[in-house]
Design a protein around this ligand. Sequence first.
Ligand code: TRP
Ligand code: SF4
Length: 400
Amino acid sequence: MPEPRVVSGMRPTGALHLGHYHGALKNWVRLQSEFPCFYFVADWHALTTHYDTPEMIEHSVWDMVIDWLAAGVDPAQATLFIQSRIIEHGELHTLLSMITPLGWLERVPSYKDQQEKLADRDLATYGFLGYPLLQSADVLIYRAKYVPVGEDQVPHIEFMREIARRFNHLYGREPGFEEKARAAVRRMGSRKAKLYEKLRTAFQEQGDAEALAAARALVEEQQNLTAGDRERLFGYLEGGGRMILVEPEALLTETSRLPGLDGQKMSKSYGNAIALREDPEDIRRKIRTMPTDPARVKRSDPGDPLKCPVWQFHQVYSDEKTRAWVNEGCRSAGIGCLECKQPVIDAVLAELAPVRERAQMYLDDPTLVRNIVADGCEKARQFAQETMREVRDAMGLAQS
Ligand code: TRP
Ligand code: SF4
C-alpha cells in the first residue's frame, strides 16, 4: 500500500513573508521527510480573485517556487508543480461540478467573508463561487490523506470530504458490488477475512470507530489485493460503494503564529510584513520602527508586553531567559524598547540569512528552478491521470 500522501497549495499573489514561513512553510519542510508530499502553485486559484492582474500572477509563480526552495522545501523529497500545468485538475473540477449542489458552495463561510473583505473587487463570479470545488479537485486527484492548511481552510477540507463521499456514493456502486466485495474479503485469507468481518460488524452495528480504523489498517497492510479490490473493501466497510475518491483530513499547523509588525495579521497589503528575501538593512529598520506598547511614551515609562507586538515576536524567536528579561525590563522600565528589539532583530536576520543565500543560488541559475518544476509536473501528472482514468470510467466516460 502506498504511504499516505500530503497535498497542499499556495496562491501566487506576491512575495512570501515571515507569516507564510512560520504559518505554513516550516510545516511543509517538516512533512516532506515524513510523507510523499505534493506542493503546488495554485495559479488558477489566484485568478479567482486576481483575474484582472494576470501579469502579477505570472511573475509571482516563479518567485514563489524560489521562496519555497529558499525556505528549505527540498525537490529531492517533495514534488513541486504548477496547478495549471496539470490540466486534469480542471477536468476533475468540471466533472465534480456536475454533482455539486449550489447550496454547499454558498454555505462555505469564506465565500461571503472574502466577498465582504475584498469589496473593491467584483467577486460575483462563477469561478469564485467554485473556489472550494477547484480546491477539492486539487486534493482528491492525488487521493491525498493529509492537507496541511491553516484554520481558515478547515471548512474547505470539510467540503471536499462531502464531495468525495457524494462521488463514491453515486459512482462507487458498480453492478454486483456486494458479490465482488465478498470475493475480495475471501481473498484476504480466512483468518484476516474473519477479523475483517468482525470489525465491519462492530462498526456497522455499534458505530465502533476504533473497529473501523482497525479494519482499514488491516486492508491497508494486505499485500495481495488489486487497487479495485482494496477500494471495494474500504467501501464495503462503511456500507457505501467502492471508495474511488479518498476523504482527506486537514493537518493543522501547530507552529506559533507570527503577526505583522503592527500586531495585525501579517500581510503584504497591510504594509506590516517582512519578506523572506528582504534586505537586512530594511529588516533592521522595520523592526526598530515597529510600534510598541503605546503607554511607553518616555524611556522611563513602564510598559506591558501584552500590549506590545514586539512581545509576540519574542514568543516566536526568543528563549525563556530572554523572555523573562523582556518581561521584567519592560514592566520596570529597566530596558528601552530598542534594546528589547535587538534580540528579535538578531534572530530574524539569523533565520533569513541561509534563506537568502539559497534563493540567490536559484536566482543565479533559473534553469534549475524550471527543471525542478518540469520534473514535478511530470510526476504529479502521472498520479492525476491514474485517478482520472477511474473517475471517467465510473462516470460513463471510458475511452473504449
Ligand atoms: N485555498 C488555499 C489558500 O488560500 C490554497 C489552495 C488551493 C490549497 N488549492 C489547495 C491548499 C489545495 C491546500 C490544498 O491557502
Ligand atoms: Fe514592547 Fe519591549 Fe518596549 Fe516592552 S520594552 S514595550 S515589550 S518593545
